[in-house]
Design a protein around this ligand. Structure first.
Ligand code: GLA
Length: 380
């Protein structure tokens, strides 16, 4: 949904004028390629219609002053005196810090921000906020928007300022997403290829309404296990290990490490196979690969949850569904399903009722189109 009217009206109310600039950056779902990005592998996310929006105007004093409409909270900071605190403004400060550290001369601005990407749901609200902030700085400071560079800096903001050790996928898709397409990202070279969604199917986001607190520690543990496996094979990352290598030498690994490695290695292969299927318009094969991805995440990588498994099973039981899997880091949050377009509304209603009956939880099920990455929506 466009939040343009909301942020422009709020800007007018608080600043007594029309905004000079409006920017937005999207959340994402990942169709396939889970936990492969920090293994230098392949991912296939698409930007979604839910996004973070900022209406703003430049300031001449090097300060940033922003109202988060959804929280009713102001934040203000000076670009020459960034201090680490807590809360949502750290994402903005982290961007200011990372870009300035990389040598960008930033100007200040003031405005309002609002978003409809739910937080902690696995739809990458933090990358949306980072890349919307980056777009705001880009317009007022007038530097080139090179998506891979912007994504790397956004990841640096998140890793080093916010303190979350994420991979590159979320910032890359928020920076470089393409309407109507998923994006194959090679997380080593950061080369991207837009891949059109097959005709006659839509992507449905299935929010389990569960959130898990321990995601960060489990995520870091998986990263270490993957690094240990790569070290064992004597390569920089699991990207460099083939299914044949694993079959030949997998038995040398500790049992848990072997399963973690097997997930990543087979997931990379599934992701490339998914691209081939999509290019051939073969939604059935794409769906099957998504199913296999979920099984691998559940059994080998062990990052699913009972709620996610229930949602995926219920989705998969509906005849209009071609494939379903958890998306994001896991342990809660959202699943994603590939569904026949003409039955998508019936699918959503059916799965919502079944999930409610099975768990007592109220899910949020939405059909989404593939959206553009971070854009300048309006500039006067
Ligand atoms: C989170 C991280 C990403 C990626 C996914 C799992 O979303 O931010 O970098 O690792 O988990 O695929």
């Amino acid at each position: 949904m466009s939040l343009l009217p909301r942020v422009t009206a709020a800007f007018a109310e608080h600043f007594g004028a029309e905004p000079d600039v409006v920017v937005r950056a999207p959340g994402r779902v990942n169709l396939i390629g889970a936990h492969t990005d920090y293994n230098d592998g392949f991912v296939l996310p698409m930007a979604i219609e839910r996004a973070v929006w900022i209406a703003l105007r430049p300031r001449s004093d090097g300060r940033v002053r922003v109202l988060a409409l959804d929280l009713g909270e102001w934040a203000e900071f000076d670009l020459t005196d960034l201090r680490r605190e807590r809360g949502w403004a750290e994402y903005l400060k982290g961007v200011a810090w990372a870009w300035q550290e990389a040598g960008y001369a930033l100007r200040g601005w003031e405005g309002v921000l609002a978003g409809d990407v739910p937080r902690g749901a696995g739809l990458s609200s933090s990358a949306a906020l980072e890349l919307a902030t980056a777009r705001a700085f880009q317009v007022v400071s007038d530097f080139a928007w090179e998506p891979a560079t912007m994504a790397r800096l956004g990841q640096r903001a998140e890793n080093a300022w916010v303190g979350v050790r994420c991979g590159i996928m979320d910032q890359m898709i928020a920076a470089a997403g393409r309407r109507g397409h998923a994006l194959l990202i090679d997380c080593r070279s950061l080369e991207t290829q837009p891949v059109p969604l097959p005709e006659g199917v839509v992507v449905v986001i299935l929010d389990t309404a569960t959130r898990r607190g321990l995601v960060d520690s489990a995520y870091n543990e998986r990263r270490h296990q993957c690094e240990a496996a790569a070290r064992h094979f004597g390569v920089p990352a699991l990207r460099d290990v083939s299914e044949t290598d694993l079959a030949a030498r997998g038995h040398e690994l500790d049992e848990v490490i072997r399963r973690r490695a097997r997930h990543v290695i087979t997931e990379n292969a599934r992701t490339l196979a998914a691209v081939t299927a999509m290019r051939a318009g073969d939604a059935l094969t794409l769906g099957r690969l998504m199913d296999a991805s979920h099984a691998s995440l559940r059994d080998d990588f062990e990052v699913s949850s009972p709620a996610l498994d229930t949602m995926v099973t219920l989705a998969r039981a509906h005849p209009a569904c071609l494939g379903a899997r958890m998306t994001g880091a896991g342990f809660g949050g959202c699943a994603v399903a590939l569904v026949k377009a003409e039955q998508a509304d019936a699918f959503a209603a059916h799965v919502a009722a079944a999930y409610r009956a099975a768990t007592g939880l109220e899910p949020n099920i939405t059909i989404t189109q593939a959206a553009d990455g971070a854009t300048i929506v309006l500039q006067r």
